[in-house]
Design a binder for this molecule. Structure first.
Ligand code: ZN
Length: 304
């Protein structure tokens, strides 16, 4: 479905958009889609699509199909087949084995409640030196090492993380056997050769943990671009768990222009009368990462 012929594509530049199918796309997701699309296409790079259906209980039936339809209606064209995390389990298992063989993981049977009581919810490495019996139901954690607390973001500049929560020994496989988000994202991006990660700043504080996983898996981390958050008038983050209007296909052009404004791009308001593919073409040509800015912006237009 690529918009440019394979000969013109820059196969060394690979970006992606990775929505979770827990509901319809909302404005915050659209911003991440537009940002990641423009960054990749402006460099003639590839733009891949991944459905993060890692956690079956959180998934809403039909949401993945709905997301794909919405993206099509908004004029997005992705490269390669859509990747589904639910079909990537073998890759996660192999990565976990690699980590276990390196002896950087350990089993932990501490409940959330216990961690909360002991250390206000930040994991205190309690099980590092314990050897749990095989029969004990447990999660697998990775020993976080110092040295990964900061990184250079292409939008935010130097980012440093000093909160213990960002650098604790984190879970890579949950007690119920599901692979944890941090591990899955890193393994998927490695497997899909993604080297430019553009996403909302709500995932910013995961980056040190993800960079540490890249280190353990012996792969260079990608370049990161964290986009300004979309917040409501009270300063609360837009997310699917709170009330936020899902974007409407019949107003795709207006929503796209709104997303580009949110991303600081100097949009001519006449663009609203153009078709979604025309708007995206304009956006790709005129894209400027340096205009994105770093501040969270209030979502005000297109109130439904
Ligand atoms: Zn523990």
């Amino acid at each position: 479905m690529a918009s440019v012929s394979a000969g013109q594509q820059n196969l060394n530049w690979i970006g992606r958009f990775a929505p979770t199918p827990s509901g319809p796309l909302h404005f915050g997701s659209l911003v991440a889609a537009v940002g990641s699309y423009c960054v990749a296409r402006h460099k003639n790079g590839l733009w891949l699509l991944r459905i993060e259906d890692l956690d079956p209980p959180r998934e809403v039936a039909g949401a993945a199909t709905e997301i794909l339809k919405t993206l099509e209606a908004f004029g997005f064209e992705w490269d390669r087949e859509v990747c589904y995390q639910s079909k990537q389990q073998n890759h996660y298992r192999a990565a976990l084995e690699q980590l276990e063989n390196q002896k950087v993981t350990y089993r932990c049977d501490c409940s959330r409640k216990l961690v909360l009581q002991r250390n206000s919810g930040v994991y205190d490495s309690y099980c590092r030196s314990r050897a749990l019996d095989n029969g004990v139901e447990s999660a697998t954690r990775i020993r976080f090492e110092s040295g990964y607390e900061s990184f250079e973001d292409r939008i935010l500049g130097k980012c440093c993380f000093e909160r213990p929560a960002d650098t604790q020994d984190f879970v890579v496989q949950r007690r119920d056997g599901l692979f944890a988000y941090q591990l899955a994202v890193v393994v998927d991006d490695i497997e899909q050769n993604v080297n430019h990660v553009v996403r909302g700043a709500d995932i910013l504080d995961s980056t040190p943990r993800q960079n540490y996983l890249y280190h353990c898996l012996k792969v260079a981390p990608p370049s990161y671009y964290h986009l300004p958050l979309v917040v409501d008038a009270q300063g609360e983050k837009f997310s699917k768990s709170r009330f936020s209007p899902s974007i409407k296909c019949e107003q795709a052009s207006r929503w796209l222009v709104e997303a580009l404004c949110h991303l600081g791009q100097k949009v001519d308001q006449n663009l609203i009368s153009a078709t979604p593919p025309e708007i995206l073409d304009w956006a790709i040509t005129h894209w400027r990462t340096s205009d994105v800015g770093t501040k969270a912006r209030v979502f005000s237009a297109l109130k439904t």
